[in-house]
Design a protein around this ligand. Structure first.
Ligand code: 5GP
Length: 239
């Protein structure tokens, strides 16, 4: 499929125009960043693994009624997606305490939460993606209350599905981040972006070995080995 002009470039992906109305080509780069862009590297093959893993997850979510932007994977690095206007909020779901939650509240790493915790962060690199409350979202009209409740419920459904999927292959879903947007086609809110080891914390169930982007953030070894392990356990291949 012929790529058109670049519409948007983020830290890990580029969006290009496509020949089809309201659809774009999402290209997965090998670039890795952490700590609000302070740590950067290019990790050969990362984009290919994330493209395949995210395709698998989003197409499975579609099958259980979680509408999302994925139309189809086109090649090893690219997907055809519905163009959305991204809602400027990162929705984070946590099952086990890790990362910023442990630092912010002093909760011990690895603590199992009594119920899944949803957090909201403003998507703004200059401000370091600050944590915001439901009140901020409503006050600044980023979403109305029905939309916010609906997205929060979608997040819980996504969490239930992903937890089961990963548990079945010996992986603990510690936490993850998702983004939603309004489809240009019909203005409906749908899941967008990606769900991959770049956006989840995934620990081996038996050893708690990290299989996600924390390998890069914390210099824990070879990131590709971790992502490849996730791909293999999910029964996927690169083709
Ligand atoms: P934390 O708030 O602990 O840093 O992150 C919680 C979860 O959301 C982790 O799985 C992390 O990978 C994901 N996450 C939060 N913010 C971002 C972000 O800006 N980019 C990516 N790729 N993942 C994020």
């Amino acid at each position: 499929m012929k790529k058109g002009k670049k519409l948007y470039e983020g830290k890990a992906k580029i969006l290009y125009a496509s020949p089809e109305k309201n659809l774009a080509i999402q290209h997965f780069k090998d670039d890795a960043t952490a700590f609000n862009n302070q740590k950067k590297a290019t990790i050969e093959g990362k984009g290919i693994l994330n493209n395949r893993i995210s395709e698998h997850i989003l197409s499975n979510l579609n099958q259980i009624g979680i509408k999302n932007h994925l139309v189809k994977r086109i090649n090893m690095r690219e997907q055809l997606v519905k163009i959305v206007e991204i809602i400027p909020i990162e929705f984070i779901v946590r099952n086990i305490a890790s990362g910023s939650l442990t630092k912010r509240l002093g909760i011990e790493e690895g603590t199992i939460l009594s119920r899944p915790l949803i957090e909201y962060c403003l998507k703004n690199d200059d401000l370091g993606d600050p944590l915001i409350s439901r009140e901020h979202i409503l006050t600044f009209d980023w979403l109305n209350i029905m939309e916010l409740d609906w997205i929060s419920e979608e997040c819980r459904r996504i969490n239930d599905f992903l937890q089961g999927m990963f548990r079945g292959v010996g992986i603990k879903l510690v936490d993850f981040k998702v983004e939603f947007g309004r489809s240009l086609q019909d203005d409906n809110i749908i899941l967008a972006d990606e769900i991959s080891p770049d956006t989840c914390r995934l620990w081996d169930s038996a050893t708690e070995k990290k299989l996600d982007k924390d390998i890069f953030r914390k210099n824990l070894g070879n990131l590709i080995d971790g992502y490849q392990e996730v791909l293999t356990r999910l029964g996927l291949q690169i083709n």
